[in-house]
Design a protein around this ligand. Structure first.
Ligand code: HEM
Length: 457
């Protein structure tokens, strides 16, 4: 979505970038025979990741018999994400996700990308933001209405419940009963969780189990549910101004409309890209604020001053700069899309390394955002660092960049900010487990289960 409240900090300072030494390449040490670095990635994935910058700005990591090139230098991340003649969204990971959820904007290869982006971009036009923020505010209200003081909730699950509900209600704004919306949301939750398992361990689908039955039932419910909504939209022939109406109006150069299956794919990948990413920001923010009382106090002071106990709306967001900086800082420390992958489609050179066609490149936004030469005291959660905004261009890229830059960046930022403001203005959350969370690097860098006790403020 482009830009009523651009989430990219300004003004960018180029000084830090200019003084970076030229990128170096190296190899991660400690590879096992045959398995390579997989045992490190399985055992202590973040400790392993954190060790990589010591070996260069492009580090070769062996995943079994395959080699991945982990990139952490801002200039190289820019190169990989913008040089679309050398790098594409192909390779094993994308093939698997496409096989499971279909070929939508977030998963399609370069050759199809321009048409798909053109078709979907209008759904993220700034003029639609107020409509979306109204849904976000209402859904956050509905979520917290179920909370009781003294109860324990898993904020990771709660945030996911919120973002899947927002996704369903903003994609299909019309003709869907609350019951049908909840059924679809539930199916979606099972699907999104199941996709990851099936990408990393495809064998789970070959063995009968209750989880497999649940996944298949959810897939069937999702497909019939979406097909019924599509049929109702087609029959009504009305433009509801939402993503589904736009997709129904799309025609290719031969005048052909999308089939029901193609529509289902677009919708599923849109939600795949938007739901868990945003919910992870909300969950991390709630946990980090509980662990940093000074930041929580500043946030509470801002919310109390601006909202004066009233409900938050989209129109309040520009008046909540500290809330925005909390979201920025969470996106820096725990970027949900922590590893954006590409495959080299021709021989190309990167920091002195020759990559053959087929080479896997991982732009590790998590490590980019923790470079001490770009962010002083990078491991520190300090939303105040954004107040003077002296951050170099390309140092903070939670939404990627170039032609495939997140189409939902403003949507996701608004959703996280609204949820955080609505929750923090009325509730104080205390972690049940005092131990800091261990990030779980799956497709999204999630905090894992976060049980927290609720108290009214
Ligand atoms: C805070 C939340 C979010 C984060 C951190 C995030 C991050 C990203 C990143 C890094 C990319 C680039 C991927 C690449 O270049 O391969 C991306 C693409 C995308 N995102 Fe997001 N995203 C977020 C929220 C959303 C939301 C809410 C939606 C939809 C409602 C969404 C839809 C998409 C789509 C469709 C793409 C593919 C764009 C394209 O290829 O043209 N994202 N996102």
């Amino acid at each position: 979505m482009n830009r009523p409240d651009d989430p990219t900090p300004a003004p960018p300072s180029e000084a830090a970038l200019r003084t970076l030494p030229p990128p170096r390449h190296g190899d991660a040490p400690g590879a096992w025979p045959l398995l390579g670095h997989l045992p490190h990635l399985a055992g202590r994935p973040l400790a392993f990741l954190d060790s990589l910058p010591g070996h260069g700005d492009v580090v070769r990591v062996r995943m079994g018999t395959r080699t991945a090139h982990v990139v952490t230098h801002p200039a190289l991340v820019r190169r990989v994400l913008t040089d679309r003649r050398s790098f594409d969204r192909s390779g094993v990971l994308y093939e698997k996700v496409r096989a499971l959820l279909g070929n939508g904007l977030a998963t399609c290869p370069n050759a199809e990308h321009r048409d798909q982006r053109r078709a979907l971009q209008p759904a993220f036009h700034p003029s639609l933001l107020p409509r979306y923020t109204a849904v976000m505010a209402a859904e956050t209200q509905a979520l917290t209405a179920r909370w009781r003081p003294g109860a324990v909730v898993d904020v990771t699950e709660e945030a996911f419940r919120l973002t899947t509900a927002v996704a369903v209600r903003t994609l299909f704004s019309a003709g869907i009963t609350p019951h049908a919306a909840e059924e679809l949301r539930e199916a979606l939750e099972i699907l999104l969780r199941g996709v990851y398992t099936r990408v990393v361990a495809p064998a789970v689908d070959r063995v009968p189990s209750p989880a497999r039955r649940r996944y298949r039932r959810a897939l069937a419910r999702w497909r019939t549910g979406v097909a019924a909504i599509v049929a109702a939209y087609r029959a009504a022939g009305v433009d509801h101004g939402d993503a589904l109406s736009l997709l129904l109006a799309v025609r290719d150069e031969h005048g052909r409309a999308l089939s029901d299956a193609e529509l289902g794919d677009q919708v599923a990948t849109l939600v795949l890209a938007g739901a868990e990413t945003t919910s992870s920001v909300v969950a991390w923010a709630l946990r980090l604020l509980a662990d940093h009382p000074e930041a929580a106090a500043r946030l509470h002071a801002e919310l109390d001053g601006v909202l004066a106990g009233g409900p938050v709306t989209g129109a309040d967001l520009p008046r909540l700069p500290y809330t925005r900086d909390v979201v920025r800082e969470v996106l820096r420390l725990y970027p949900p899309a922590w590893a954006v992958t590409r495959t080299a489609v021709r021989e190309t050179e990167l920091a002195g390394l020759t990559l053959p066609p087929g080479a896997t490149v991982i732009c590790c936004l998590y490590l980019l955002h923790r470079r001490p030469d770009l962010f002083p005291e990078p491991a520190l959660f300090d939303p105040g660092r954004w107040a003077d905004a002296g951050v170099p261009r390309d140092a903070w890229l939670p939404f990627g960049l170039g032609a495939t830059k997140c189409v939902g960046d403003v949507f996701g930022t608004a959703e996280a900010g609204l949820a955080l403001a609505a929750i923090a203005s009325h509730w104080r959350l205390t972690p049940v487990a005092p131990r800091p969370p261990r990030p779980v690097p799956r497709i999204v860098l999630s905090p894992g289960p976060q049980p927290m006790r609720l108290a009214e403020r």
